[in-house]
Ligand binder design. Structure first.
Ligand SMILES: C[S@@+](CC[C@H](N)C(=O)[O-])C[C@H]1O[C@@H](n2cnc3c(N)ncnc32)[C@H](O)[C@@H]1O
Length: 439
């Protein structure tokens, strides 16, 4: 029933669904839903839940991901488990703790329901462990088929690099639904998701010889971004290109794999579409809503700051006299000042600052003016490297395809790639990783 707006319009028979599993729209203005008043939302939910209860097989479980006790309200369903689904990736929040779990509330009609833990057992912690005393001494102490998986399930959520990722912002991973299907239904049983999205629940059902039913206001094609009028692109940021100068990326892979992964995750969790806030006043782009460099920087900064990347400032003193500058270039700041004063010149204070530094890796995010990139690469990263503050510099830039959707004068990856390559292999003399991003 793809495109069918509601389960109550699908003409299904009473008690025909053995498992109903769903994650309803949240009513918080996600791109796949129209926000309505709380009363309308609750009454719509109650109508759908009542219909689910009618369709639920007498021995059937009903699971709702990410929802409230709405299911229980007046339907007489009994809560069997509140399963916590934990995942490692997601948005990095700045004003509250980052969300890393969803709950799956599992209800049944009554005490007689289908449940078999065997197909979903997981390896025991100590598979060969035996009783060492008592009547069972010498026998295996655990179940040789594995242990009950418990009520905290750890599966990656479907983010940018997940093989199942489509345009849909909130897909179930199929393996999550598979656990429900395998333990709560038998081959031939019917599984329903009244808000099926891209159909992950249906896929899980079909994979295990069950039948799958689902409804959604949008068709799976529309969900995949193919429907006219819907966003054609994935909303979160992706890494479109990378260039490793003087083995910058290889250095990270060998010595700081976790930091490289962290950088990639921060980039991929930026919701570029929410940064399209700048109304263009330029003649050629007049009236177009463009990506705002300020909001892009803020979104990136939020990710780096929450992950513990901090500012690093390097102070120095200069003067116009070339001879003096040669003599003081590698001295610490206090001694530079002293030497300039001793030579009877006026010391001029200055500093280089990099916003995100962690464990000798510096990251510059550059959505501002294109001239700043050369300053980052040839001055800032260089200065930190020669002063032994960092081992590698990372520069994050928009790709040309993104720059087209920004005001004039911002940098783009392809141009700065040439700027580096045409200097020859060794210049600038600092290992760098250039990352081109696009929504
Ligand atoms: C949280 S998502 C479910 C995603 C799904 N579990 C999956 O794995 O792809 C909620 C879905 O509800 C659909 N939806 C929103 N309002 C709806 C309505 N009034 N009737 C039917 N579907 C609706 C949206 O199009 C969206 O795909």
């Amino acid at each position: 029933m793809p495109g069918q707006p509601g389960v109550h319009e699908a003409g299904l028979a009473d008690g025909s669904m053995k498992l109903i599993v769903t994650s309803p729209p949240y009513n918080i203005g996600k791109q796949y839903e129209k926000r309505s008043s709380l009363e309308t939302y609750l009454s719509d939910q109650e109508r759908v839940i009542a219909e689910c209860v009618r369709l639920l097989h007498p021995k059937g479980p009903c699971s709702a991901v990410g929802t409230t006790p709405l299911f229980q309200s007046s339907n007489g369903l009994k809560l069997r488990n509140r399963i916590v689904w934990h995942f490692e990736h997601g948005l990095h929040c700045t004003k509250r703790l980052s969300g890393r779990y969803e709950t799956i509330n599992w209800f049944t009609r009554d005490g007689d329901y289908t449940f078999d833990v065997d197909p979903i057992r997981v390896p025991s912690k100590y598979p060969g462990k035996r009783h060492f005393k008592g009547p069972n001494a010498g026998k295996l102490s655990g179940n040789p088929k594995g242990k009950n998986p418990g009520d905290v399930w750890v599966f990656p959520n479907v983010k940018s690099n997940h093989v199942e990722k489509t345009i849909h912002p909130c897909q179930f991973p199929v393996e999550l639904v598979e656990r429900l299907v395998l333990s709560m239904t038998e081959p031939g049983d019917a599984v329903l998701d009244p808000y099926m999205g891209v159909g992950s629940a249906i896929v899980a059902a079909l994979k295990h010889d069950r039948r799958g039913y689902g409804c959604d206001i949008d068709s799976p094609d529309g969900q995949a971004g193919l429907r006219p009028g819907k966003a054609q692109r994935r909303p979160l940021m992706r890494i479109a290109a990378q260039y490793s100068h003087l083995n910058g990326r290889e250095f990270l892979l060998v010595h700081h794999k976790n930091l490289l992964q962290e950088i990639e995750e921060i980039i991929e969790s930026v919701d570029a579409e929410s940064c399209r806030t700048k109304m263009s006043k330029e003649k050629i782009k007049s009236g177009r809503l463009l990506y705002s460099p300020v909001d892009m920087n803020k979104a990136m900064a939020a990710g780096f700051e929450t992950s513990g990347w901090g500012q690093r400032r390097q102070e120095f003193w200069v003067t116009a006299d070339e001879k003096i500058v040669r003599g003081i270039a590698t001295l610490p700041a206090a001694r530079q000042k002293e030497a300039i004063e001793k030579a009877g010149q006026e010391p001029i204070y200055s500093y280089n600052q990099t916003d995100f530094v962690k464990d000798r890796v510096a990251v510059e995010v550059q959505f501002g003016k294109y001239a700043f990139v050369a300053h980052d690469l040839f001055v800032k990263h260089m200065a930190f490297f020669v002063s032994d503050v960092i081992d590698v510099g990372v520069e994050i830039l928009p790709m040309k395809e993104m720059e087209r959707e920004m005001s004039s004068g911002v940098p783009y990856y392809e141009r700065d790639l040439l700027n580096i390559i045409r200097q020859g292999r060794g210049i600038p003399a600092v290992p760098l990783l250039l990352i081109g991003v696009a929504p």
